[in-house]
Design a protein around this ligand. Structure first.
Ligand SMILES: O=P(O)(O)OC[C@H]1O[C@H](OP(=O)(O)OP(=O)(O)O)[C@H](O)[C@@H]1O
Ligand SMILES: NC(=O)CC[C@H](N)C(=O)O
Ligand SMILES: [Mg+2]
Length: 503
């Protein structure tokens, strides 16, 4: 899951873009980039690493201009090479830069078509570079020296017609302004904010509302599925629905794990939805597992803390922070390889023995994906002296790959693939394993915004909302992106970067 941010201001935007990216760091830890427009010049700095490591004072000074976009990356296509960090840039027409959160499901067909009809070369294996070139090709259709908002909107409409998958996008066009759009299913989030200044209104678009709050902008609303927004360099605001049949199917995993609790996505407070998940799961345990004797409820920091606290209230069992999180280790699930993920769990979390010794403990996590965290955490709880260790997950069994921007490409790497809860419990060596039901998870989110009719829930039930995913596609994805295929890829993925404000 990546994070994107875009600002059209009436003062330099480099610091606000940087600050916005730090608020979105939880969405991507692999690479970061900022591109600004200063008059007729595009300025770019992108590299692998966290936001604080990629941008030094000398880079920030060079990122001049009152309009720009930024990106934090968690790769779901291509390699981890810094050449695939974003934003991407293409010089024709006008000079366009783009940052993308999501994943295209027909990238190979689009790439072939681009070459065939436009002789456009794609230099990396990133689907986002393809998306940029499709947009650029469609803008090329306008033969005028200056683009009108209608031409921009009809280019986005043609992008929607060709592209399948999930995309939350921000782009800047030199001499024009900032364009933002969201896929016609609204799978990935995109929020809009503004800020009034004596010189006029400034606008910001970001993957999550938290980036808007944290930079002094005011959250206005979410970009609608299929909608495009265009803000000219002069600060004029335009919007239009560009999809023929938009529907709203936000990714439910944003609420379970990805988003920050202080964000609001599509009218749902992520925090409130997690509290509801805790309540539903607590009620399930009350109903179906009343015979289990639990002395203490312990969350797996960090995402599960709000969920476990509510379970403690429902079950009337003490909540204790039995694991201390090392704040200098990032999120383990979005690390690139299984070896790194495994090693990081023990470096990240350490048990406080007093909370475990001689007790029956219920450990709570938001989700179990590969089982990397749960298996090691249960072992640590036992080492710390726990009598019985039960485990509860606020998300149901994850059994199917994700194709929309979460890096779960291989069913075989998912501990829930082809297994029932008791088999999974045996692998992670839990004395009992309780999963949330999918209906309860959906209700936990939907009850915060009843107008959301359907969610993107494919990792739980194998139903892919874009309707273009079959077993052959999943097999190809698995072969290209499972952990061992990727390890080979990344070895020879170094590629000198183009147009980059380097070290
Ligand atoms: O079954 P797994 O493959 O281990 O994946 C699931 C775990 O990974 C995530 O935590 P992460 O450390 O990424 O971030 P957090 O601190 O936000 O909980 C998630 O919250 C689970 O704890
Ligand atoms: N997680 C994402 O949104 C990834 C965006 C894009 N597919 C990439 O791999 O760079
Ligand atoms: Mg976690």
């Amino acid at each position: 899951m990546c994070g994107v941010v875009g600002i059209v201001g009436n003062q330099p935007v480099n610091q606000a873009l940087y600050d916005g990216l730090t608020m979105l760091q939880h969405r991507g830890q692999d690479a970061a980039g900022i591109m600004t427009i200063d008059g007729q010049t595009l300025r770019l700095r992108k590299s692998n690493g966290l936001v604080r490591d990629v941008f030094h004072t000398r880079h920030m000074r060079r990122l001049s201009g009152n309009m720009g976009i930024g990106h934090v990356r968690y790769p779901t296509a291509g390699t981890s090479s810094s050449a695939e960090a974003q934003p991407f840039y293409v010089n024709s027409p006008f000079g366009i830069a783009m940052a993308h959160n999501g994943n295209l499901t027909n990238a190979a067909d689009l790439q072939a078509a681009l070459f065939e009809k436009a002789r456009r070369h794609i230099n990396t294996s990133s689907d986002s570079e393809i998306l940029l070139n499709i947009f650029a090709y469609e803008l090329m259709e306008s033969k005028q020296l200056e683009l009108s908002k209608d031409e921009i909107f009809s280019a986005v409409a043609r992008v929607h017609e060709q592209v399948r998958g999930a995309y939350g996008v921000v782009a800047v066009i030199i001499g024009h302004g900032l364009v933002a759009f969201r896929d016609p299913h609204g799978i990935r989030p995109l929020a809009l904010g503004k800020r009034e200044t004596p010189q006029g209104t400034e606008y910001m678009v970001a993957s999550e509302s938290v980036a808007i709050d944290g930079t002094g902008f005011t959250y206005e609303r979410d970009v609608e599925p299929g909608e495009a927004i265009y803000i000219s360099e002069q600060g004029e605001f335009f919007n239009q629905q560009c999809a023929a049949n938009p529907v709203h199917n936000p990714c439910i995993f944003e609420y379970v794990y990805f988003a920050r609790p202080d964000s609001t996505i599509d009218g749902v407070s992520v925090y409130a939805s997690r509290i509801n998940m805790g309540r539903k799961l607590g009620e399930k345990i009350q109903r179906e597992y009343a015979d289990i004797d639990i002395d203490v409820i312990v969350p797996i920091p960090e995402t599960a803390c709000d969920i476990a606290l509510e379970m403690s209230r429902v079950l009337n069992i003490p909540y204790r922070q039995g694991f201390v999180k090392n704040r200098y280790i990032g999120r383990t699930f979005i690390m690139p390889g299984q070896t790194q993920r495994r090693k990081s769990v023990r470096r990240k979390l350490n048990a406080i023995s007093a909370e475990f010794k001689g007790k029956n403990v219920l450990l709570v996590d938001d989700s179990i994906v590969r089982g990397t965290t749960s298996e090691q955490i249960i072992e640590m709880a036992r080492e710390a002296g726990a009598k019985n260790v039960y485990f509860a997950s606020a998300a149901p069994e994850i059994r199917y790959p994700n194709v929309y921007g979460i890096d779960m490409p291989s069913a075989n790497e998912l501990i829930g693939f082809g297994r029932e809860a008791d088999e999974i419990g045996a692998i992670i060596k839990a004395d009992g394993l309780i999963y949330q039901d999918l209906d309860d998870l959906i209700a936990a989110v939907k009850s915060e915004n009843e107008s959301l009719e359907k969610f993107e829930t494919s990792v739980f039930n194998g139903e892919y909302v874009t309707g273009d995913i079959n077993q052959a596609y999943l097999d190809r994805l698995d072969a290209a992106r499972n952990d061992s295929a990727r390890a080979d890829d990344d070895q020879d993925s170094t590629n000198p970067e183009l147009y980059n404000e380097g070290d």
